[in-house]
Ligand binder design. Sequence first.
Ligand code: F6P
Length: 342
Amino acid sequence: MRIGVLTSGGDCPGLNAVIRGAVLKGTKIYNQEFVGIRDGWRGVVEGLTMPLDRHSVRGLSKQGGTVLGTSRTNPFEGPHGGPKNVQATLDRLGIDALIAIGGEGTLAAAKRLTDEGLKIVGVPKTIDNDLDATDYSFGFDTAVEIATEAIDRLRTTGESHKRCMVVEVMGRHVGWIALHAGMAAGAHAILIPERPQSVEQICDWAKSVADRGRAPVIVVSEGFTLDTMESAHSEKGLDAFNRPRLGGIGDVLAPIIEERTGIESRSTVLGHLQRGGVPSAYDRVLSTRLGMAAIDSVMNGEWGTMVALRGTDLVNVPFADALGGLKKVPAARYDEAAILFG
Ligand code: F6P
């Protein structure tokens, strides 16, 4: 069997470890052959491939990014897109099945293609940790580590100047990165999309910290909304899947906090730093296991499913279930963290 492997959507620490896990198990145990698809769905649509043998995945598990390249291309768009064209391209390349490693947009496209008869299994990937069907997605742990270290660093400069430091983290419409990094770094307030807050509340937290002689550290998730906002702050248009590009709420909040409280405030947007560099040990292990499990799914012909983590076990979940809903931060988890705010 000849299997095409692609990584699509935003990159994420651990992608290379998934590729390595799949190729090593597939070649060692099942005698499969692999083809790397370059640049996500764009490579499928345009027939862009690269060799992916055992030798080419050597030492990959600790490498950040993706050796295959990625894109946010929608495989249903363009003159060569759509299920018939994609199947014809795969036939021409001699590819029997695809392993698609990606997030919500990637898996939604994979679902539509498998609904049309294409042979695809998925591996969920997102630093946002927002896929309901998996307890954790790889990349999340690394992103939290990076954000935590950044907040620790911002705290020392904030304390020196008695400034309020607003730190914006990624996460799209869920607040997992903010919650975990904020708790780990002892933030004085954590602002997440699941829990809109008023300017008054945020300023009260900042003031109570400053009144104790400390410098407030406020972690805000890019998808957070003030209770006066109708949607998340977005000023960079839409992505290929028509989703708003988020980012910049930290820069909105810092001047408001400064004006209302008199505390000099600065905003730092961590942005893509959270997706770069080497994956954590946890993410390397999870990614490797997911890659190997995806190979079993291919062998069992479980098309239209993705591998997922339940507790410490790996299971198979139909794309339809996996895309059913966002895994939001439960109210109880936020309330628990909020006891320490201010
Ligand atoms: O989904 C992962 C993610 O990093 C989000 O947290 C963020 O909103 C988005 O991707 C950024 O996308 P891009 O890399 O296209 O700017």
